[in-house]
Design a protein around this ligand. Structure first.
Ligand SMILES: C[S@@+](CC[C@H](N)C(=O)[O-])C[C@H]1O[C@@H](n2cnc3c(N)ncnc32)[C@H](O)[C@@H]1O
Length: 270
């Protein structure tokens, strides 16, 4: 191993707290195969610039863009490097983020190490995920703030609160959107656009990619329609399977749908 180019060594050199958090080990497992490519990398949150310096040294052929709500003194923080660009603005300011997008286009890696406030983390994801390249990675650090009400998180209602952890947990359903056997299912943001979501201690990785594999279980979100088509084609007995799947099983599905809808109203859960 070439220790000079080893992510762990570089992070140590720049005294990064990403080491203490245990993030470097995880980053290493994703980044070692792509470190020599020509990538565009965006990190939200610069502070003293340690992480920008790590990426600058590690991804030698890439452009590293850092944004921070506060003014960053590039010279004082030693960030005046050939492959580093620094901009001031907020991660949740649509106009500012659009200016970044207009200037740099798509990114291959986006890391959110900014405010760690729930609404900012979610807003940035909505603004930036669309311009992540195919197979690109969207990373959010310090997910522990999701369990802390001082950051807009929630430490009491872990399952249904509007936190960024729950946002990413719910995003896992977008991986299997085509399997949802609900005939009233309507397309959601990010359906067909995510191939992997990985959770680590305080860290989330979302891999963008085309996920349009057709379900083998349901047809247009209907198990009954799939079974009717399969069985009537195989046996030629249309009437029998029409009564079974299109009438009887469908009524059962509609009944369940109504029961869950009533439950949602009673629990006020939308
Ligand atoms: C944890 S520090 C970043 C550390 C840096 N990424 C590193 O690892 O060396 C968080 C930074 O996010 C910045 N920040 C806070 N709110 C922000 C926002 N709404 N938009 C952009 N940056 C923000 C802060 O000014 C601070 O510099």
């Amino acid at each position: 191993m070439n220790f000079e180019n080893d992510l762990h060594t570089i992070a140590k050199l720049h005294k990064s707290d990403k080491l203490d958090h245990g993030y470097i080990e995880v980053y290493d497992s994703y980044f070692k195969k792509i470190k020599d490519k020509e990538l565009k990398i965006l990190e939200i949150g610069i502070a003293d610039g340690q992480s920008l310096l790590i990426w600058s040294d590690y991804f030698k052929n890439s452009i590293i863009v850092g944004i921070d709500i506060h003014k960053i003194d590039v010279e004082e923080k030693n960030l005046d490097k050939k492959n580093i660009r620094v901009h001031q603005g907020s991660q949740s300011d649509k106009k500012f983020i659009n200016e970044i997008i207009n200037q740099y286009g798509n990114f291959d890696i986006i890391i959110d190490d900014g405010s760690h406030i729930s609404k900012d983390v979610k807003k940035s994801f909505h603004l930036l995920f669309p311009i992540l390249n195919n197979k690109g990675l969207y990373v959010v650090e310090d997910m522990q703030t999701s369990y802390n009400h001082f950051f807009g998180g929630n430490s009491f209602d872990l399952k249904y609160s509007n936190t960024h952890m729950n946002f990413f947990k719910n995003l896992t359903d977008r991986l299997n959107y085509q399997e949802i056997a609900n005939p009233f299912y309507t397309t959601k943001d990010y359906d067909a656009q995510i191939t992997n979501i990985s959770f680590y201690h305080n860290l989330v990785f979302v891999r963008k990619g085309l996920n349009n594999t057709v379900s083998k279980e349901v047809l247009n979100h209907s198990y009954e329609d799939m079974k009717f088509q399969e069985k009537s084609a195989r046996t030629g007995n249309k009437l029998r399977y029409y009564l079974k799947y299109k009438i009887f099983y469908k009524l059962y599905t509609y009944l369940l749908f109504i029961l869950y809808f009533i439950k949602k109203i009673i629990l006020f859960r939308f």
